[in-house]
Design a protein around this ligand. Structure first.
Ligand code: G16
Ligand code: MG
Length: 220
């Protein structure tokens, strides 16, 4: 019954969260707001403008729409500079093997990312050939936890939503997968990802056969 696996990008395929964090920290500092890695957890999987809004709320600061556009664009310029050096060695452990396992059994592979830089990152990691579709923030209206990005990916792959497995590291992403009617695999802490159907502590533990057995066990 499983026909496709749909991946989140940041935190699942590669750890771009660190670069998002470094770029946001600089922008926040310019605005007189101090953010740390603990606060950054709240920005994972959250779109660019939503991230800026959360930082502003955290720092008790108001900006005009024009100013927000300016800082969001500046953050992106900084982020793009920081990710210039990424390559295949930046793939998270086990990911390439897992992609190959999915390919080998003939399931489809999709990407559902909140990032407008998703294509560039996938290209830099040299894994573009594994993906049957890439849906990024430029192609959807609503960001996670809205299911739109996962629904679009399944539509592009031409498979029913209920035959998809979604893989996510962020709570907003897991909610999006469940709202899409898909089986959710969470990577991280059980306490952060309570809504996922299964939670694994690391991408290294992703094995297709095992996951499919659980999916078929729970969905009959
Ligand atoms: C990623 C990151 C978020 C980031 C968002 C937007 O989402 O997790 O921290 O704010 O993309 O990125 P950009 O500014 O590049 O458009 P995902 O869904 O890949 O985890
Ligand atoms: Mg993520």
């Amino acid at each position: 019954i499983v026909k496709a696996v749909i991946f989140d990008l940041d935190g699942i395929i590669t750890d771009t969260a660190e670069y998002h964090y470094l770029a946001w920290r600089e922008i926040a500092e310019e605005l007189g707001i101090k953010i740390d890695r603990t606060f950054n957890e709240q920005l994972k999987g959250v779109g660019r403008m939503d991230s800026l809004n959360r930082i502003l709320t955290f720092g008790n600061k108001n900006l005009s729409v024009k100013e927000k556009d300016y800082y969001a664009a500046k953050k992106n310029e900084r982020y793009k500079e920081l990710i210039k050096g990424i390559g295949p060695t930046d793939l998270l452990p086990g990911i390439e093997g897992f992609l190959q396992e999915i390919r080998d059994v003939g399931l489809k592979i999709g990407l559902a990312s909140a990032s407008k830089n998703a294509f560039t990152v996938i290209e830099s990691l040299k894994i573009g050939s594994y993906f049957d579709t890439i849906v990024d923030a430029a192609l959807v209206e609503k960001s996670k936890p809205d299911p739109e990005v996962f629904l679009r990916a399944a539509e592009q792959l031409q498979v029913p939503y209920s035959t998809c497995i979604g893989i996510e590291d962020a709570e907003a992403g897991v909610i999006a997968i469940k709202e899409a009617g898909m089986f959710a695999v969470g990577i991280g802490l059980e306490s952060d990802l309570a809504l996922a159907d299964i939670v694994l502590p690391s991408t290294e533990l992703l094995h297709l056969k095992q996951i499919i057995e659980i999916v078929e066990g729970s969905f009959g």
